[in-house]
Design a protein around this ligand. Structure first.
Ligand code: RIB
Length: 328
């Protein structure tokens, strides 16, 4: 640092402010410091900088299921914001295991990250431990969480999906819900039941199946629904992985979608354009979810005392070919 100060003809304090971003330095002086850094080939030591500032340029992110294509889209939105603002992303996957989440939160905090983005697992305890860097939760609200939150309008999106089936003449509608301990799954179930209640369509309890937001349990739930009498004319799967399982169940049952059974889904993964038939689905903006959450985290890093915010992004119904029109 002393060499840089001499080379640039500035004080040691000015070099430190430029290197650590701890104060605004007027352009000519700032540029002289950066030129000296370049000429001397100086590589800042992140570790010593972190210890000095009690904060590094690391952003930690914890996701629940890296095998679900929805989450990499969210991570991509975060990474674009992190890179633009000279932060580095450390990504952890919990497999929806709350003990892994606790371990990762503790290990990440030991790296002195500037902040953490969390898509909580089942039974997340993050709300009980508010010490350490700012945390923004994404996609689902952990029990007791009062901090920053970025999600989508799950209830309204599910309402739109169910309303579309009703408008297309369906009255015997099955639902494959996500895990009841997740708030996004709860809200999608609420949107579905509200749409049927508003249309005064009775809901057969056996038509509501709870699954785990993955293809295998989407398949097994759909197989149960397809064997019921009367068989539902339509199934709303509340995420696209479960819809893939349901399509497989329809095929293996020697049935046809949408001729025998219509399917509508939620997420809007690109893969849903390639299924046979292409899936009608409610699109939620995964990339925008991550981008917005990362922007909010940067604001929180700079101004931690601001009141907590909840940002809710809109969903869009994408009509394709997996829902039959029974009105005809
Ligand atoms: O956990 C899986 C689901 O949660 C995703 O498919 C997406 O719907 C997210 O909200």
């Amino acid at each position: 640092m002393l060499q840089i100060a001499r080379e640039a003809g500035v004080s040691l304090g000015t070099v430190s402010h430029v290197m650590n971003g701890t104060a605004i330095v007027r352009e000519p002086l700032r540029q002289r410091v950066l030129n000296a850094v370049k000429n001397l080939g100086y590589e800042p030591n992140e570790l010593s900088r972190g210890l000095r500032l009690n904060k590094t340029s690391i952003i930690g992110m914890i996701i629940p299921d890296i095998t679900n294509p929805f989450f990499p889209a969210v991570v991509r939105g975060v990474e674009d914001v992190a890179y633009k603002n000279s932060y580095r992303l450390v990504l952890c996957n919990t497999d929806n295991d709350s003990s892994k989440e606790i371990t990762y939160l503790s290990q990440l905090k030991s790296f002195l990250p500037a902040g953490i983005l969390l898509i909580p697992s089942m039974g997340s305890t993050v709300a009980t431990n508010s010490s350490g860097p700012p945390v923004v939760c994404v996609d689902r609200r952990p029990q007791g969480w009062k901090g920053d939150m970025v999600t989508v309008a799950n209830r309204e999106g599910a309402y739109k999906a169910a309303r579309h089936l009703i408008d297309m003449g369906h009255r015997q509608i099955g639902l494959i819900a996500g895990p009841s301990y997740l708030t996004n799954a709860q809200d999608r179930l609420l949107g579905f039941t509200q749409a049927l209640n508003d249309a005064q369509i009775p809901i057969a309890p056996e038509y509501i199946q709870e699954a785990l937001f993955d293809r295998a349990t989407g398949y097994s739930s759909a197989m149960r629904l397809l064997q019921m009498l009367p068989r539902p004319t339509a199934i709303f799967t509340t995420n696209d992985l479960m819809a893939m399982g349901a399509l497989l169940a329809v095929r293996e049952s020697k049935l046809s979608c949408p001729k025998d059974v219509s399917i509508i889904s939620f997420d809007g993964l690109e893969q849903t354009e390639l299924t046979d038939p292409p899936l009608t689905t409610v699109y939620q903006p995964g990339y925008q979810l991550g981008y917005t959450a990362a922007r909010l985290l940067l604001e929180r890093i700079d101004a931690s005392k601001q009141p907590a915010q909840e940002i809710v992004l809109e969903t869009t119904l994408r009509v394709r070919n997996s829902v039959a029109n029974l009105n005809r």
